[in-house]
Ligand binder design. Structure first.
Ligand code: AMP
Ligand code: ZN
Length: 482
């Protein structure tokens, strides 16, 4: 597979530490509020990436954190605790908030066919690991104590910036106007590994540590969780593009300093979903969630389809009009698949292989999911029987996860029901889509018309034995299973 690597700024052949095996880590949600559909764009694309890697034959171990402590409202180390803010807003404890929004996050993921990672670890569960890493960083001279907090000393690194090529003079990045600088820091980009003192003394969750009672910084959780479940060599780290700096930059700094060797070889960042008005936010404008999509009558899978139609490295603009266009395209696609006949012969394995290879190459080219979607239309046009076309589509859908065969089968059934209305001589039979039953009901009508009442009764009894109830009407009958 070829995948763009944000750390080297180029598309590269994807190589793993252990051949055939991928250790994958993705930054999980901060669980103080519902995820917005922008956050979920990142998780959809990461899900496609994981499923593609499995499709391509890799064995994948995927790990994700749940940020239930330590992520501040500001990207700098100052600001309010997001979790505490959520708890205050809803008059709940921080842990209640975390559990509620973790469950809500996975419920959204399920609706979008996003697979749950192999390991999901809440940040609060590994405090001992962070303390061990921070202690080692202090021992190795990479971290210092100041004003009660432990800071990472970025001046100890030969290279700090990884994802953007700016230099030390551009330190304005990540430091916002109006944000007071932390005077404990030796260097502007130093970041907190462990807090005992912060602007918000009423931090709810605290643990004992060699440096006093406090709590971990946000960045250390991802390093700690990944090292525990992925091991010392990480093949692939993903997240939204806003995570590249400072979060991922700091993860690299502390992990490599702790381990003493390179840590993660491949970094993948998903570009943002924006609204027409600009950046998507949980606080301003319409709060776009999966529930809102459902309330407005959209199938969440259509949102997944909408995301797959564009490349993960390109910013995507969300509007209701754009989503409506996706609905039209998706429904047409499902209708075309539903029109295929599932039992029109055996699957042509050679054709299936040919299409699989093509799909593999397209998706393996920096996860070109829009080409992956186009491949579905190509399969529909393939010079082969319907059974093979359906096999190809089902195969691609193990990666795309659009429920195409399931939705097409439902559509087929719906059509069969509509078509179940049989008319003969002005007599109409409406049933539940079983032509054999329709025929029996029609035969009963014919028998009655011919005054063969014994036969008509026999048919009625036969239908009754099958659990079929007939309701006679003026010009026909309706039947249903009871
Ligand atoms: P958070 O819950 O804020 O930590 O964010 C969860 C994930 O969503 C992270 O990987 C973010 O980088 C990503 N993310 C945040 N905003 C957007 C957006 N507008 N579009 C795509 N991904 C986003
Ligand atoms: Zn992270």
């Amino acid at each position: 597979m070829y995948l763009y690597n944000s750390a080297t700024h180029k598309k590269e052949e994807f190589k793993t530490h252990t051949p055939g095996h991928v250790e994958m880590y993705t930054c999980g949600p901060t669980v103080y509020h519902f995820a917005h559909i922008g956050n979920l764009r990142s998780y959809i694309m990461e899900d496609v990436l994981e499923k593609y890697l499995r499709y391509a034959g890799y064995d994948v171990n995927r790990v994700m954190n749940i940020t239930d402590v330590g992520h501040l409202t500001s990207d700098a180390d100052e600001g309010e605790d997001k979790m505490l803010k959520g708890a205050r807003r809803e008059h709940k404890t921080v842990m209640e908030i975390a559990q509620f929004y973790t469950d809500a996050f996975f419920a959204d993921c399920e609706k979008l066919n996003i697979k749950r990672p192999d390991t999901v670890q809440p940040a609060t569960g590994l405090i001992e690991d962070y303390i061990r890493i921070v202690s080692t960083l202090i021992d190795k001279g990479y971290a210092y104590l100041a004003g009660g907090n432990v800071y990472f000393d970025t001046s100890k690194l030969s290279r700090y910036y990884i994802f953007n090529d700016h230099n030390e003079d551009d330190l304005a990045v990540g430091v916002r106007e109006g944000v007071e600088e932390d005077t404990n820091k030796k260097n502007k980009n130093d970041f907190v590994l462990w807090f005992t003192k912060s602007k918000f003394e009423d931090q709810a969750l605290k643990w004992d540590s060699p440096w006093g009672v406090g709590y971990p910084g946000w960045h250390i959780e991802c390093s700690g969780i990944s090292m525990k479940y992925n091991g010392e060599y990480l093949d692939l780290h993903c997240g939204g593009v806003d995570n590249a700096f400072p979060h991922h930059t700091n993860e690299i700094a502390q992990s490599e300093s702790y381990l003493g060797h390179p840590w993660c070889s491949h970094w993948c960042h998903v570009a943002h979903l924006n609204t027409e008005g600009g950046k998507m936010s949980k606080s301003k404008g319409e709060f776009l969630t999966v529930s809102l999509l459902e309330e407005k009558g959209y199938d969440p899978i259509v949102y997944r389809f909408f995301c797959l139609q564009s490349h993960y490295r390109k910013a995507l603009v969300f509007s209701w009009e754009n989503l409506d266009n996706a609905v039209v395209a998706f429904n047409k696609l499902v209708a075309k698949i539903a029109a295929l006949k599932p039992d029109d012969g055996a699957v042509d394995e050679a054709v299936l292989r040919e299409y699989k290879d093509k799909f593999n190459t397209q998706m393996g080219n920096d996860l070109n999911s829009s080409m992956g979607v186009t491949a579905l239309y190509d399969a529909l046009k393939a010079k082969t029987n319907d059974a093979t076309k359906l096999a190809i589509i089902g195969d691609f859908d193990t990666v795309l996860s659009l429920d195409l065969l399931k939705k097409a089968a439902a559509k087929r059934e719906e059509t069969a029901k509509a078509a179940a209305t049989q008319t003969a001589g002005g007599y109409t039979v409406t049933g539940e889509g079983d032509p054999a039953i329709d025929a029996l009901v029609m035969a009963r009508y014919e028998a009655k018309k011919a005054k063969n009442f014994a036969e008509a009764d026999r048919i009625r009894d036969e239908l009754k034995a099958q659990g079929i109830e007939i309701v006679d009407a003026k010009d026909g009958a309706t039947w249903k299973r009871v």
